[in-house]
Design a protein around this ligand. Structure first.
Ligand code: HEM
Length: 294
C-alpha cells in the first residue's frame, strides 16, 4: 500500500515525500521498533557468548553470520523481510481458501471426512498431513486459480544475457514471468473452473504423484516460483495451512454476511489479495473428534 502511495509521486520527489507521508512514517517507526527489539536480542546473545555460555538457537539470527560470510547486514531488516514474505502470504492463502469453500461448499464434508480418517489413523504426524490428499489438492487448486501474485518470478540481469529463445537482456533489465499458464486450457482443462479434485486425480496417475502436490513447482505451476529461488518456505507453509484448516474445518462453519457481495480479488500492482473488505460470520460447531490432544 505504502509503495503504491509513494509511486504516485514523481521519482525525483520520492526521497523527500517519504519523510512526510503518514504511511511511510508509520513504517519507519516500525523499523525503528524492530531495530530496538532485535538489536537488544542480538546484544543479549553476544553478552552470553562473551561469558562463555553457548546456548543453541535454531533461528535466523544465528544463521545470518554464516550466510552473510563477512558481508554487512541489518538483522532487523532481514527479520522484517522474512516475516513479510512468510506471514502475509500464508494468511492470504487461508483467507482465499475460506472464500473458495463458501463458493464451493460441496468440498467441505469430504474434507472433514478425510481429516477425521487421517488423524484418527495417524494422529498429528507429518505423514498424516501428506495423506490429506484432497486438502492438498483443494489448496493447490485455490492457489492455481488465484495465486498471490500474477508474476511470481522477477529477476534483474546483473550481466548482459541471451535467453534460450534468443532474447537478449542488457545489464539491469528487469524481467518478470507471468503465471499465464495457470489459466490456459492447453495446460489445465477447463482452467477457469475451480476443481478441488484436479490435483487429487493427477496424483493417482503414474509419474504425476510428485508433480501434483501443493508444494511442487513447475513451469505450469508458478505460485511458489520455480527453480533455484523457488519459495523455500513452501513446505512449512503447506504444513501450517493444513493444520490451520484441520482446526477451522472441524471446529467452525462460516458464511458471508447476509446480503454481502461475493468476495472480489483485490488487484494491487501485480499482487492479487484475498478480498480484505469482505466480512464472514463464523460459528463454533461440535467437532466429530477432538484434535487438540491427539
Ligand atoms: C503459501 C504461502 C507462500 C507463498 C504463496 C509464497 C510464495 C513465494 C514466491 C512466489 C516466491 C518467489 C520465488 C521466486 O522468485 O522464484 C517466494 C520466495 C520466498 N519465500 Fe515464499 N511463499 C509462501 C510462504 C513462505 C514462508 C512461510 C516462508 C518462510 C518461512 C517463505 C520464505 C520465502 C523466501 C525466503 C523467499 C526468497 C527465496 C529466494 O529468493 O531464494 N515463503 N515465496
Amino acid at each position: 500500500m505504502t509503495v503504491g502511495k509513494l509511486n504516485g509521486w514523481p521519482a525525483p520527489l520520492r526521497p523527500i515525500v517519504q519523510r512526510f507521508l503518514p504511511h511511510t512514517r508509520e513504517l519507519q517507526q516500525a523499523v525503528k521498533d524492530a531495530r530496538t527489539l532485535i538489536g537488544g536480542l542480538v546484544k543479549e546473545r553476544e553478552a552470553l557468548k562473551a561469558k562463555g555460555e553457548t546456548p543453541e538457537y535454531a533461528d535466523i539470527l544465528e544463521w545470518l553470520p554464516q550466510i552473510a560470510k563477512g558481508r554487512t547486514y541489518d538483522p532487523a531488516l532481514v527479520q522484517l523481510a522474512l516475516s513479510f514474505v512468510a506471514i502475509h502470504t500464508t494468511a492470504d492463502v487461508v483467507g482465499q481458501l475460506l472464500f473458495d469453500l463458501i463458493e464451493h461448499p460441496e468440498y467441505i464434508q469430504p474434507l472433514r471426512d478425510e481429516i477425521i480418517t487421517v488423524l484418527k489413523e495417524g494422529g498429528w504426524k507429518k505423514n498424516s498431513l501428506y495423506n490429506m490428499k484432497l486438502l492438498d489438492s483443494v489448496l493447490k487448486e485455490s492457489l492455481r486459480i488465484r495465486p498471490i501474485n500474477q508474476t511470481s518470478i522477477q529477476r534483474i540481469a546483473e550481466v548482459p544475457i541471451t535467453l534460450s529463445d534468443g532474447t537478449k537482456l542488457s545489464r539491469n533489465t528487469l524481467s518478470i514471468v507471468p503465471l499465464v499458464r495457470h489459466w490456459d486450457a492447453e495446460y489445465y482443462s477447463d482452467p477457469d473452473t475451480f476443481d478441488g479434485y484436479r490435483f487429487y486425480r493427477l496424483r493417482q496417475e503414474r509419474g504425476k504423484e510428485n508433480l501434483s502436490q501443493f508444494v511442487s513447482t513447475s513451469p505450469d505451476y508458478l505460485s511458489f516460483g520455480h527453480g533455484l529461488h523457488a519459495c523455500p518456505g513452501r513446505f512449512f507453509a503447506s504444513n501450517e495451512i493444513k493444520i490451520i484448516m484441520c482446526h477451522v474445518l472441524l471446529k467452525y462453519e462460516w458464511r458471508l454476511l447476509e446480503g454481502a457481495k461475493p468476495p472480489q480479488v483485490l488487484k494491487h500492482g501485480f499482487s492479487l489479495v484475498a478480498d480484505p473488505f469482505s466480512s464472514l460470520e463464523i460459528r463454533r460447531r461440535q467437532e466429530e473428534i477432538v484434535i487438540d490432544n491427539l
